[in-house]
Design a binder for this molecule. Structure first.
Ligand SMILES: [Zn+2]
Length: 428
């Protein structure tokens, strides 16, 4: 079956669509749930698929809105879905769909029970009940999840998803991942191809575990003080491609496909996609032997780390970093955050600073800590190799301006031709 691209449709052309949705949690627990649903609806040969990986409690789902739009434009006149809870778990979507079905804009067929009929009161009652049940079910799921969280918290148990390089053992405690890891390029032995047949715990193999690598990451970060630099070094050292080559093209639907592919592949990689996610990992209390609960507010928004409920020493023998290292990491991150603020600052002096030796304009140069101006020709002939930090230039300008004002004021006082306005100026 060929699945068409909804953007190629013109109005007047009637097509059938299938709507598929899994929540992010469902997707995380069972990566097959999406493909399973696709298989089911494909059996009904729709012309086009709409897929959302999002909670049904949200009305503004990207592809769902796109589908509604095409229904209103009269392009889509038939929709198939596995069941009503896949289509909606909120009141707004339910009302909107009912309105469109009653208007005759489209027909909705649910695979588990057939075509939705709103022409009589029984049919409408049945639809309302199912919609209500879908909404209620979501509340029950939420309640169950919350009570599960509370229970885990009370018993100092690990969260649902362990941070990288950790696993959750049978007692629901965090443990370091000590499985061997194969991805060493820079320090592999010359005869590594001959080791192919060796058994897993052979002495000839460099039995480097995930924990060894995790320690390595911590040490490299403390040395380089930068998430991005650490990642770059790690990718070089362990020979892991940084990211899936993202040849993102102009078609947004293809873009999504590539993104989905990237998520799947990045998951299998050893490292993170960005320096920021590496820093988030380093800040996870699990690495210091603690467990943090209540890290998110409603709708998955992350809470500030100061507001987390941290239970200390839940797995002290499984800590990856010492208190001293944790302090050091905290310091580095604070400094990096300050630098980031400065990076976003506008440098108003650019173009106004000149080299004393060659009289050309100076350029802004930076390192992670400081920003400074230096001669643009210092490496190509100019004898002036000095650089001046912007704070120093700022200070010099302020001093010069203050001096200028003082002199002007003195001059004004001496002068007999001071007008009324000028006296007011002096008072100010
Ligand atoms: Zn110069």
């Amino acid at each position: 079956m060929e699945i068409l691209n909804p953007e190629n449709f013109t109005s007047g052309q009637l097509v059938s669509a299938a709507y598929i949705r899994v929540s992010t949690d469902e997707q995380a627990l069972d990566t097959n749930s999406l493909s399973h649903q696709i298989e089911i609806v494909k059996a009904h040969s729709p012309d086009v698929l709409f897929i959302d990986v999002e909670s049904g409690s949200v009305h503004d789902r990207k592809e769902f809105l796109q589908l509604l739009d095409l229904i209103k434009k009269g392009v889509v006149n038939k929709v198939i879905a596995k069941s009503l809870d896949r289509v909606l778990r909120n009141d707004e979507s339910s009302q909107e769909l009912k309105r469109l079905i009653k208007k005759g804009s489209f027909t909705l067929t649910l695979i588990n029970q057939g075509k939705v009929d709103l022409t009589n009161s029984v049919g409408e009652f049945s639809f309302d009940l199912q919609a209500l049940f879908a909404i209620h079910e979501l509340r029950v799921i939420k309640e169950r999840v919350l009570s599960g969280f509370a229970q885990r918290r009370a018993q100092n148990k690990a969260g649902v998803r362990p941070p990288s390089f950790y696993r959750i053992d049978e007692h629901s405690k965090y443990v370091l991942d000590t499985r061997p890891c194969l991805c060493l390029l820079t320090d592999r032995p010359l005869d590594y191809l001959n080791l192919y047949e060796e058994i897993d715990d052979s002495d000839k193999l460099m039995c480097r575990t995930k924990t060894h690598i995790a320690r390595d990451i911590v040490e490299i970060f403390i040395q380089t003080s930068s998430g991005n630099k650490t990642l770059r070094l790690l990718h070089e050292k362990y020979g892991v491609p940084k990211k899936v080559p993202s040849r993102l093209n102009k078609n947004p639907r293809d873009n999504q496909k590539v993104k989905r592919m990237c998520i799947a592949t990045v998951d299998e990689l050893l490292f993170w996609a960005s320096g920021d996610s590496l820093q988030n990992w380093l800040m996870n209390p699990v690495l210091q032997g603690h467990t943090a609960y209540c890290k998110t507010r409603e709708k998955g928004l992350k809470l500030d780390s100061q507001k987390w409920d941290v239970h200390k020493n839940t797995h002290p023998e499984q800590r990856l970093i010492t208190d001293r290292e944790a302090e050091k990491i905290q310091e580095i991150m604070e400094l990096n955050a300050q630098c980031r603020i400065r990076q976003n600052a506008t440098f108003y002096l650019t173009g106004l600073v000149f080299c004393q030796a060659c009289t050309y304009k100076c350029i802004l140069k930076r390192n992670p800590r400081y920003a400074y101006y230096g001669c643009r020709h210092s490496s190509t002939g100019c004898s002036n190799h000095k650089c001046v930090r912007i704070e120093k230039i700022d200070q010099a300008i302020i001093t010069a301006l203050v001096e200028r004002i003082t002199i002007t004021r003195q001059k004004l006082r001496v002068s007999e031709k001071v007008s009324l306005e000028s006296t007011q100026l002096i008072k100010k």
